[in-house]
Ligand binder design. Structure first.
Ligand SMILES: [Cu+2]
Length: 119
């Protein structure tokens, strides 16, 4: 009887370990897809943002929608992070969600590319 309890306990521990290592593995890397709100105004902004993101490692695809100003990025989370993508956008002169545009880069944008430039 005691042996049975030990076996069940061992099986349970193994099961819990298997579960936790599985969730760890899925956090460890692979394809991630994010949608980031930017402050892009026109096609030129779109190109600048897309090429800034493409310079990072592990970028699979970048697609900026000018109607919504949202950029969809598919990337390998082993090679890059969401923070790196946001700072690439900021360093290009545009807002990326909660990350504000780098002010020097923003000042260097043509006036039509600044916020409200197209409105
Ligand atoms: Cu522009």
């Amino acid at each position: 009887m005691k042996n049975k309890i030990i076996i069940i306990a061992l099986l349970l521990t193994g099961f819990v370990n298997a579960l936790s290592s599985k969730s760890f593995a899925s956090n460890k890397g692979g394809k991630e897809k994010v949608v980031i709100q930017t402050s892009a105004q026109c096609g030129e902004c779109q190109e600048k943002i897309e090429s800034a993101i493409k310079k990072l490692d592990g970028i699979k695809s970048v697609d900026l929608n000018l109607d919504t100003k949202k950029v969809t990025v598919v990337y390998d989370s082993l090679l890059t992070t969401l923070d790196k993508i946001k700072s690439a956008i900021s360093n290009a002169g545009y807002d990326a969600d909660d990350v504000k545009a780098n002010s020097t880069a923003y000042d260097n944008l043509p006036s039509c590319c600044k916020k409200g430039g197209k409105e």
